[in-house]
Write a new protein. Structure first.
Length: 389
């Protein structure tokens, strides 16, 4: 008889409700198992089920070990009592349910054993950008979970103000906020503006017990530009970093972009590389490519026709706050053309007589999906250009 039982429940969906439903199903399945060890890695550990059972458990297993992983880092075998407790108290946010096993890995590396086979999991590039956020923001000790403030006091003068204008983003907002909490620099504040959401976005934004996060709201949807100007007025930081509620930041984004501006006091804006992801309904975001915003700017600055860019903004975007104020912030209008391409308008006016600083690192992760405002309105870019200027 095998010394372990295998979990067969597969993850699905990218919404928080999908993840918590998956967690509930796993708990129910574990509760009915009478073995000490569980074989479970979600659908990320191996490319097929037969490979998963081909790696035997090591013997003997020290009593303190609670998880056995492949050398590639993929969780494989779990001690039942520890896994059940960890799942019971787990209350984080993920970009998709498939990453749940990785978020449950113990923070103490001495509790984990690694097997000899060197087999890398599928979605390895996805994990490269997900795992640093998971490890930096786990909200539990070895067996329990509790919400805790990662910063008891907001800095009197934060260096960076991260601004998020959100509208009906309850499914993705939690992971965006978690990426902010994972920043390697603590000298930031996060201002979230709920622009008349009709779902639970406002409740999600207010759920984080961190004094560096401030939430504003307005009952009527007036468009991103108007909300961003309101957030700009409230911001205390020297630099402004934009973040959409369906994207996320690399842990070094705030630190590296602000350092670039610190070292170049005459520059108005800093950018870098970004990871382009495609949202899928069942698997969440899937890695597609690495995009260099520096090359985009070069094409922009040398082109006689800005429509050649097809409405593509520079990503990421960290502005010097004083420079944004000097140009009057975002295009503050509520009509149809005032609600699209707001960021391209700001960048065009801000960089009319200067170039952006370029940091050669992936600092932002942009998720593309067909129903987003930017994708739905791409065909209007030429008409918008005529209206804007």
């Amino acid at each position: 008889m095998k010394p372990y039982a295998k979990l067969c429940t597969q993850p699905f969906g990218y919404r928080a409700t999908d993840t918590f439903t998956y967690r509930k199903q796993i708990i129910q399945e574990i509760s009915q198992i009478d073995r000490e060890w569980i074989l479970w890695g979600g659908n990320l550990s191996f490319s097929n089920k037969s490979a998963q059972t081909s790696i035997p458990m090591p013997t003997p297993i020290p009593d303190h070990i609670v998880c056995i992983c492949m050398n590639g880092g993929a969780p494989l075998y779990w001690r039942k009592s520890w896994l059940l407790a960890a799942l019971t108290y787990w209350n984080n946010r993920l970009p998709a349910a498939k990453f749940l096993p990785y978020d449950l890995l113990p923070e103490d590396p001495s509790l984990t054993m690694h097997l000899d086979p060197t087999q890398n999991p599928p979605y390895q590039r996805d994990l490269e950008y997900i795992l640093p956020i998971l490890s930096a923001t786990r909200m539990r000790d070895n067996t329990t979970s509790s919400k805790r403030s990662l910063s008891p006091e907001i800095p009197q003068q934060p260096v960076v103000s991260i601004l998020m204008s959100i509208h009906n983003m309850k499914n993705t907002l939690g992971w965006s906020i978690r990426s902010v909490l994972a920043q390697s620099s603590d000298n930031w504040e996060l201002l979230i503006g709920d622009d008349g959401s009709e779902d639970d976005s406002l409740e999600e934004a207010c759920a984080y017990l961190d004094s560096r996060i401030r939430v504003l709201s307005q009952s009527r949807n007036r468009g991103k530009a108007i909300m961003m100007n309101r957030l700009l007025f409230e911001a205390k930081g020297q630099y402004i970093l934009e973040l959409d509620g369906d994207d996320w930041l690399d842990p070094d984004a705030a630190a590296l972009l602000s350092k670039a501006l610190d070292n170049n006091p005459d520059s108005r804006m800093a950018t870098g590389r970004y990871g382009c992801w495609e949202r899928t309904r069942q698997l969440g975001p899937l890695w597609r490519r690495n995009v260099d915003s520096g090359k985009l700017y070069s094409a922009w600055s040398t082109s006689l026709n800005r429509t050649n860019l097809h409405g593509h903004p520079l990503v990421p975007r960290m502005y010097r706050k004083s420079s944004l104020i000097d140009i009057g912030g975002w295009w503050d209008r509520e009509d149809r053309f005032g609600r699209i391409f707001e960021d391209i308008d700001v960048i065009t006016r801000l960089l009319k007589h200067s170039s952006p600083l370029q940091v050669d690192a992936v600092l932002y992760h942009r998720v593309i999906y067909g129903s987003s405002t930017s994708q739905r309105n791409r065909s209007l870019f030429e008409a918008w250009c005529q209206q804007a200027h």
